[in-house]
Design a protein around this ligand. Structure first.
Ligand code: HEM
Length: 378
């Protein structure tokens, strides 16, 4: 059975995922104690079936894990209806299309600044790091701006977020556990101080809006608000960094697609983002637990048993996608489930696809072409 932590599998999971799909139904993974739903139909059902829920299992309930535990238990991602419905609708009130559209000029400005810095580095040092110099700071700055985190303290956010998400990987070390506990506490205390400040002096940022939103007499309580801010930062940037990085590697390895993207960046922006996520998934596995007996792909899942939707595998399913192992940045339709499906569908999906609306396809033709040689070496 697949070893999810095996180096070769992590490097290129797709051949083994294809073998898993060939079973034609969910397969039990004895070591992990979970069913793996690898084909599109089954993975999609796992995400949508209301008898399968996200059930957060707290780490040993002691003081050390306390903050980590409530940061998850009180977040949208790890709750189910009716709590999920209440949290999601309150968050959507503040995180709506208007908020996202209003963010566009800022996203463009942040992108331009980072590109100018990368370009200057390329000139002075001969190379720049696409991940460290561009892909990482971009979503962190956008989400910080959205939430209203002070710019001077942005450097604190990514280390906290990375320490927390280490807990989602297979077999974290004792050191990583200590770091996740510490990061949870520091991050939560930091957001709490900001929340209190914004409650006293509201601004136009999302923290102020979240502190104010109320629906049918319901408000987010302090833990829910803090958990939401931490989730928006963690969920919002890890996948964005990895999705962009994987997508760029795939494109750089495919000169014909690279050329198309260079010629028509504006036209291709939206389908390219979807294809980046379909072709090499930044997030592969999402777990659900059966809250009642159910059936997926003809396999009985008993109450309490776990099943995982394998998104990267589903997005390579030959029954849904033509030429699934080929990168096609203009692919349309592209019904990938890289943003999930059902009630937990990604809140940030529209944000991941914001384009500079002031650009036009004509402007694409004016973009100077960088030297391939300098890029390949970076
Ligand atoms: C390329 C970027 C992204 C990818 C691939 C991605 C993927 C996902 C996926 C697969 C889920 C569903 C998880 C599940 O069903 O268990 C999800 C949920 C979520 N995402 Fe994203 N995401 C991205 C960007 C963002 C951004 C930018 C934000 C916010 C700033 C965000 C916020 C969230 C939130 C809050 C949820 C939980 C929704 C709920 O439980 O109702 N994501 N995302």
């Amino acid at each position: 059975m697949i070893d999810l932590s095996d180096k070769d599998f992590v490097l290129n999971p797709y051949p083994q995922l294809a073998e898993l799909r060939a079973h034609g139904k969910p397969v039990w993974h004895e070591d992990l104690g979970i069913f793996l739903a690898a084909n599109y139909k089954d993975a999609n059902q796992v995400l949508r079936d209301r008898k399968l829920g996200r059930v957060f299992k707290p780490k040993e309930p002691n003081e050390l894990w306390d903050t980590f535990n409530w940061l998850h238990a009180d977040s949208i991602l790890d709750s189910e209806p009716p709590k999920h419905t209440r949290l999601r609708s309150l968050v959507m009130k503040a995180f709506n299309p208007r908020t996202i559209a209003a963010l566009e000029p800022q996203i463009v400005a942040i992108t331009k600044t980072l590109l100018a810095q990368a370009s200057a580095k390329l000139e002075s040092e001969g190379s720049f790091d696409l991940i460290a110099d561009f892909a990482e700071p971009l979503p962190v700055r956008v989400i910080s701006h959205l939430l209203g985190f002070p710019e001077s303290e942005e450097h604190l956010l990514r280390p906290w977020s990375q320490a927390i998400v280490k807990m989602y990987e297979v077999n974290p070390s004792e050191q990583e556990k200590l770091e996740a506990q510490k990061a949870s506490k520091e991050f939560a205390e930091y957001v709490e101080a900001l929340m209190l400040e914004r409650q006293a002096n509201p601004g136009t940022d999302l923290i102020s809006e979240l502190a104010a939103v109320e629906q049918d007499g319901e408000k987010l309580n302090a833990h829910e608000l803090i958990a939401t801010c931490v989730l928006l930062l963690n969920a919002g940037h890890e996948a964005s960094v990895n999705g962009f990085g994987n997508g760029m590697v795939a494109t750089l390895n495919n000169p014909a697609q690279l050329e198309k993207l260079e010629e028509h960046p504006f036209d291709l922006a939206e389908t390219a983002v979807d294809e980046f996520l379909r072709f090499d998934s930044p997030l592969h596995l999402f777990e659900r637990t059966a809250t009642e007996d159910t059936e997926v792909g003809g396999v009985k899942i008993s109450r309490g048993q776990k099943i995982a939707a394998l998104l990267g595998s589903a997005n390579h399913d030959e029954e849904i996608f033509e030429r699934p192992t080929e990168l096609d940045l203009a692919r349309s339709p592209n019904p990938h489930i890289g943003f999930g499906a059902g009630i937990h569908f990604c809140i940030g999906a529209p944000l991941s696809k914001v384009r500079d609306v002031n650009r036009t396809a004509d402007a694409d033709r004016e973009i100077p072409k960088p030297e391939l040689g300098s890029r390949a070496g970076s």
